[in-house]
Design a protein around this ligand. Sequence first.
Ligand code: MLT
Length: 321
Amino acid sequence: MRLVLIAAALAATIASASAQDYPTRPVNIIVPAAAGGPTDAISRITALAMSKLLGQQITIENVGGAGGTIGTARVVRADPDGYTLLIYHVGLSTAATLYRKLPYDTRSAFAAVGLVTDAPMTIIGRSDLEPNTLKELVAFLKGRTAKTTFGNAGIGSASHLCGMLFMSRVQAQVTTVPYRGTGPVMNDLLGKQIDMTCDQATNTTGPIMGKLVKAYAVTTKGRLKSLPDLPTAHEAGLEGFELGVWHGLFAPKGTPPAIVQKLSTALKAALKDPDLVKRFNDINTEPMPEDRATPEAAQRMLLSEIDRWAPIINAAGEYAD
Ligand code: MLT
């Protein structure tokens, strides 16, 4: 019995010493979407700012597919030692209902670290798509009975969610084309291999400004400063249609609280880094305020978003498995 107690005390001492020294080697953030897309961009900017503060390199590993659930499962299974983390978004919450056989329980799988940003979305089409306004687009979609191709990052992704809400709202159908992320969706939209998508402004601002794609609406309450001519979906005829893509940093459940706290402190400071603020603003998003870059705020968001989307997804009755 004495030996067991001594071993337990020793293990606790080692754990707290390693939490104090953390991180002593590079940290890996898994992004469950393809490189070159919006989640990837946000993660790389955040990782760079956090690595300056933590004094260690932070690598990004893109593990896309199945609406982010493959990469997420990798993080859930990883050692909870602070060296494997996840940056993902609202798709974590929608996948909890869309996938009935996930290999993890989203509600309890993580030690949340903090929220990173809340990105607007834009409804866009290839540059030569016939409609010029959202109203014209709706009429066009209705007249083509699912002939229009809509790229998304798989069932459970933000682009899937936006497309699903938009199509059910306007009572039209499209043929969805799933990719491992909206980076490759954008490539095919620019190459005119697909007709349209709804993607985060963090990925679409450049192509919209360069007139490489046709933009129909932004899903925020107000217009974006850098795209003043682009109407909100509400202004363009979809009353109350608003959608933001919150992103958060998560560690696997069981990560020592001292490490989670250290990461959250670094995240809060990183979100005030002038380079990060500028780079976020350049791609049309904003850092989360300090009081939301916390474990409590991120866990609350995850749970409340599961509850918010579950009835909407169940009413639609379309599941991934
Ligand atoms: C999504 O649609 O969920 C994202 O845009 C995925 C990505 O970052 O590529």
